[in-house]
Every structure is written in C-alpha cells, then in structure tokens.
Design a protein around this ligand. Structure first.
Ligand SMILES: *Cc1c(COP(=O)(O)O)cnc(C)c1O
Length: 218
C-alpha cells in the first residue's frame, strides 16, 4: 500500500465534510511530500522542533496541526508555522500562544483539549476548567488567539462501548458550547477509533498509522 492509496481510500470512506489531518510525526519529509503531491495539505505533528524543521523545509501552503503536549517554552518554535493547535490544556499556555502570535503579527487558532478517557492520562481540561477559561476576563482580553473548538482522545481500549461513551460525552459538551462560543471544530478519532468518532459527530480526524504505516515508539 502507498501513502497515496491509503489517503484516497480514507477520504472516500469519510467524505469531504470531515477534515483529515494526516499525522506525520516521526515520519520523514519524503512521505509527507508523497501525500502533498497527492493533493493533501493538512498534516499533524506532536514535537515543536520537528514541526519547525519540517515546516521550514516543505511547501508553504501546508496546514500544520500541532497535536501533542505543548510546553510553554516550545511555543515560539511553532508560532510562525502552525495552522491549528489541538492541545491547549491551560490558560497559561493559551497566554503564551497569544504572546508569540502577537510577535508574529498573526492570530493562531486553537482547540481546547478535554480529558475524556478513563485511563491515567496526563493532559487535558475537565468541563469545568474549559468553562472557567472561556468565561475568564483574562481569556477575553487575548487578541491573538481564537478558540475554534475542542479536541479529545478516547481510552486506548478494544471496548467500543467505552470509546463511544467517551466520544459522546465530548460531543454533548461541544454541542452545549458551540453556539455561545462560535465553535466549529470537534477533533476526535485516530486510526483505531475514527469510525466510532465519526458516528459520534467528529468533524476532524487525526490519523497517522493508517496512512503512513506503524511508527517506532517515539
Ligand atoms: C499520534 C497521534 C494521533 C494519530 O495516531 P494513529 O493511531 O497513528 O492514527 C492522533 N492524535 C494524537 C494526539 C496523537 O498523538
């Protein structure tokens, strides 16, 4: 199977209402180029320096998605390049992104990462924390960021009911907020669970191994 065939098959399956982010973390630029030449533009990375290096090397019209845990001291490396940050998990991080976006004279779009999984997962906000941020005066004074939606990851399990329950809870929360806060993006679903995510209302998938093949641990 080639990257191009994998992409075309996925796009046929999910339709073009859903944004497909091809998660290229750990993969060489040659493979990204292959997908690019097949017409794909949305790519996802989870390390700031890796995104920076790839963005500097590859075509300017690529839309780079940052999907991994982001430390405040790394924001500066992605600020010139990133199209959408999926993984905002604190007001402190949001303020740093705002500052770096202002330095670049741009507005950076972001998603708030919501913790929905049962398993011990280190990152993400709970619903109360999301509301706390959106309602705060501090947040409302940030002029160089735009919160456009929510991101979540389900438990890594074979149990489809668990995954469905977790995705459903995020969809319900998203639907509660979307009109009031002008949210348009619900990012959920990876190679192993994207069909369930779509059934539950996702409109942005982050898919790596099903496009580029298995990764070494990273
Ligand atoms: C790696 C990663 C993905 C893609 O995972 P696959 O199982 O390879 O599709 C999606 N989202 C996040 C946050 C990731 O870190």
């Amino acid at each position: 199977m080639s990257v191009k065939n994998n992409l075309n098959q996925l796009i046929e399956e999910i339709g073009n209402e859903t944004t497909l982010v091809a998660v290229s973390k750990t993969k060489p630029s040659e493979l990204i180029k292959e997908a690019y030449e097949a017409g794909h533009r949305n790519f996802g990375e989870n390390k700031a320096r890796e995104m920076q290096a790839k963005a500097e090397e590859l075509p300017d019209d690529i839309l780079w998605h940052f999907i991994g845990h982001l430390q405040t001291n790394k924001v500066k490396y992605i600020a010139p390049h990133v199209h959408l940050i999926h993984s905002i998990d604190s007001l402190k991080l949001l303020k740093e992104v705002n500052k770096r976006a202002a330095n670049e004279d741009r507005i950076i779009k972001v998603l708030l990462q919501v913790y929905i999984a049962k398993e011990e997962s280190k990152f993400g906000l709970d619903e109360e924390e999301v509301l706390g941020i959106l309602e705060s005066d501090e947040f409302q004074s940030l002029e160089n960021i735009e919160v456009v939606g929510l991101m979540g990851m389900a438990t890594n399990t074979e149990n489809e009911e668990t995954i469905r329950r977790e995705f459903k809870s995020l969809t319900d929360f998203y639907n509660k907020l979307k009109d009031q806060y002008s949210l348009t993006v619900l990012s959920m679903g990876m190679s192993g669970d994207y069909q369930i995510a779509l059934e539950c209302g996702s409109n942005m998938l982050r898919i790596g191994s099903a496009i580029f093949g298995a990764r070494d641990q990273h």
